[in-house]
Design a protein around this ligand. Structure first.
Ligand code: HEC
Ligand code: HEC
Ligand code: HEC
Ligand code: HEC
Length: 163
């Protein structure tokens, strides 16, 4: 009896762990709905002007837009529920979008969750640190340039709240 209880519990624990990680990518068009315009700090507009928004166009210009060895760092959620070559939704995940840094947004995207930072974080929102950037800014990049986190964050700054 005890053993069965233990097994059931273990299965439940494993299930909840897997489930907790089950956030999916929704694409920048969804984030844009609430994060554009002057009242909202023009977060979307700032991203759109940043090099990250052009990362897919960069591959296209080189004729490498189907090469998995490049896509890995030039699109969002590559083969992880975001960008997938030939998938009908692929276009929504081109380039390095919000969710590449802030985490997949399926669970934190609703207004009631987003308004509450604690809840957002519990639902997958990430405050990106250096390690997040270095998933792509590393020597595996054929054009790798030394990466200085502080300077790089300034270059892509889209903060609007006073801290
Ligand atoms: C339904 C509206 C809505 C959607 C959709 C939405 N957000 Fe938000 N987000 C908010 C609101 C409201 C806040 C709280 C700050 C504010 O009011 O400016 C917020 C805050 C944030 C913060 C700051 C958290 C903090 O306090 O440090 C990040 C990062 C963020 N959103 C990222 C995203 C991303 C990425 C997406 C798309 C995957 C997204 N949001 C989609 C409404 C939204
Ligand atoms: C999913 C991969 C990915 C992640 C994560 C990522 N980047 Fe990038 N980043 C790129 C790519 C690809 C480019 C080149 C885009 C282009 O020119 O087409 C780039 C370009 C840049 C540039 C301009 C080029 C340069 O080196 O000066 C800056 C600055 C930058 N990223 C900062 C950051 C910071 C800061 C973070 C973390 C908070 C980050 N990136 C996270 C892929 C990524
Ligand atoms: C490990 C992640 C990663 C991989 C894999 C990757 N890139 Fe990039 N790419 C980046 C980052 C980050 C940048 C920004 C500059 C840098 O390398 O620091 C970038 C920038 C670029 C640029 C702009 C260079 C410039 O400075 O103007 C080109 C072109 C490019 N990548 C092409 C490719 C091609 C083609 C492939 C596949 C053969 C590829 N990348 C694979 C991460 C990657
Ligand atoms: C390359 C990584 C990266 C991408 C792409 C990115 N962000 Fe951020 N974002 C950051 C970092 C790093 C910070 C924290 C900056 C700081 O505190 O100086 C941040 C902060 C924020 C904040 C908080 C601003 C504040 O004033 O507190 C919001 C909201 C936000 N991002 C939303 C978005 C949205 C929406 C997108 C897409 C349109 C996006 N981000 C794309 C890295 C990224």
């Amino acid at each position: 009896m005890k053993r069965i209880m233990f097994l059931t519990l273990s299965v439940m624990v494993v299930f909840s762990l897997v489930y907790a990680g089950d956030f999916s990518y929704i694409g920048v068009a969804k984030c844009k709905m609430c994060h554009k315009g002057t009242a909202k700090g023009e977060v979307f507009e700032k991203w759109e002007k940043s090099p990250h928004a052009k990362a897919f166009a960069t591959l296209k210009a080189k004729g490498e837009e189907k090469n998995p060895k490049c896509l890995e760092c030039h699109v969002t959620g590559f083969n992880a529920g975001g960008y997938k070559v030939g998938d009908p939704t692929a276009a929504s995940f081109e380039a390095v979008q919000c969710e590449s840094c802030h985490g997949p947004g399926s669970a934190y995207k609703s207004m009631s969750v987003m308004k509450d930072k604690k809840q957002s974080m519990a639902n997958g929102l990430i405050e990106p640190d250096e390690a997040v950037c270095k998933k792509c800014h590393n020597p595996k990049s054929p054009t790798y340039k030394a990466f200085n986190f502080k300077e790089a964050v300034k270059k892509i700054d889209h903060t609007y709240t006073k801290k």
